[in-house]
Design a binder for this molecule. Structure first.
Ligand SMILES: Nc1ncnc2c1ncn2[C@@H]1O[C@H](COP(=O)(O)OP(=O)(O)O)[C@@H](O)[C@H]1O
Ligand SMILES: [Mg+2]
Length: 360
């Protein structure tokens, strides 16, 4: 799938600007703080209905304005689709072909993207939160069912935590078992999907990693949690764990077990990479993960996603840069950088120069 054009209105530092994208490589060039990442962020927002950079949509609205509007036309093998997000301080409206959606989850899958920034290069070294976020965003783009299950899980988790925080032990004794039943149900759905996804991603990551390291090391991924095989069994196990942890959770004031605490285990040559890999190894593994995600999306959707490479080229050494460019050839890519010549080596591209929230 490709994004044909994008219009930003009162989005971040853009007042009003329209971009036309080519099928292959699109390069947004400009000095720092001009709006390159903002543009990349808007594309990502239309793919996921959320931003990678922030928690509150409010920051996306141009200072002094009431709402921001992102509009794009995308093309997939199913035809053209117009996607629009209207972002207010406390709510947002999502439109597909002019029709307002009742559920945000229906926005997903119209256009898929893989976002890659220096933050993602730290995916292996960073804490489990980042790896879970990678999983959640990635799986949600290919499975609305996952997104729904995860949303319900987090909502119930929040309610359970609120109850624990109140420290009303009678209320806890009475209501917790009811919450736990619900929590375990959605937990199991989340866990099973994550496990399936990682099982599919692992050989692709292995393949990309072998390509990046010339077959030097073995990379493998799996969900780092001890759950039995089936969904029902997993649900029973989570329920048991929640019951076992109940007293501790009451003391702590939050839920200490469940998929919101799980992690991805990344192994390089059989050793746990988190904490042990050198910076170079960790970056290469992260790059392999992102390339694998790209390939997996291609298999799920039958066509490649839009790749967004925000400022990553300058973070990679020359051989990795060249390998990356080679590997993504033919996939639509929106790449941001400050000096195109230094990172592209004459690769043909649609160059868009940005200064102060405007194309120049
Ligand atoms: N809500 C907003 N309203 C106005 N300007 C904003 C808003 N959010 C961010 N900016 C501005 O956008 C600029 C950063 O843009 P960014 O896309 O991150 O730069 P870069 O080109 O380096 O990637 C900064 O000057 C920042 O002040
Ligand atoms: Mg930037």
């Amino acid at each position: 799938m490709i994004i044909k054009n994008l219009t930003l209105q009162n989005f971040r530092n853009y007042e009003r600007e329209s971009f036309s994208f080519a099928e292959g490589l699109n390069v947004l060039v400009g000095k720092n703080a001009q709006g390159k990442t903002n543009c990349a962020e808007a594309v990502f927002y239309l793919c996921t209905g959320s931003s990678l950079r922030i928690r509150h949509d409010k920051q996306l609205i141009r200072h002094g304005e009431e709402f921001a509007l992102i509009t794009a036309e995308a093309e997939s093998r199913f035809g053209r689709v117009c996607l629009q997000a209207k972002i207010f301080e406390n709510k947002r409206e999502l439109y597909v072909n002019g029709n307002k959606l009742a559920r945000a989850v229906d926005f997903l899958g119209n256009m898929n993207s893989v976002f890659f920034s220096p933050g993602e290069l730290r995916l292996i070294q960073d804490g489990p939160d980042e790896r879970r976020r990678f999983l959640d965003i990635s799986i949600s783009q290919t499975s609305r069912a996952y997104c729904s299950a995860l949303t319900r899980y987090l909502k119930i988790l929040n309610q359970r935590n609120n109850l624990l925080k109140e420290r009303d032990f009678n209320a806890v004794e009475e209501t917790l078992p009811i919450w736990d039943e619900q929590l375990a149900l959605y937990a199991a759905r989340v866990i099973v999907k994550r496990r399936e996804y990682l099982a599919a991603l692992s050989p692709l990551a292995q393949d990309a990693h072998a390509y990046l390291t010339d077959g030097g090391e073995e990379l493998s991924l799996r969900l780092d949690g001890h759950y039995p095989a089936g969904e029902e069994e997993t649900q029973a196990k989570v329920l048991q764990e929640l019951a076992n942890a109940r007293e501790r959770d009451m003391r702590l004031g939050f839920t200490s077990v469940g998929p919101h605490r799980d992690d991805i285990r990344v192994s390089i040559d059989g050793t746990d990479a988190r904490g042990f890999a050198s910076q170079g190894q960790a970056r290469t593994a992260a790059l392999a993960l992102k390339l694998a995600e790209t390939e997996l999306f291609r298999r799920y959707a039958g066509e490649a996603p839009v790749l967004i490479l925000d400022d990553v080229m300058s973070e990679l050494d020359l051989p990795r840069r060249k390998k990356l460019l080679e590997r993504i050839r033919g996939i639509q890519c929106i790449l941001t950088c400050t000096h195109a010549e230094r990172v592209l080596y004459g690769t043909e591209c649609n160059r868009i120069r940005i200064a102060n929230g405007k194309i120049i």
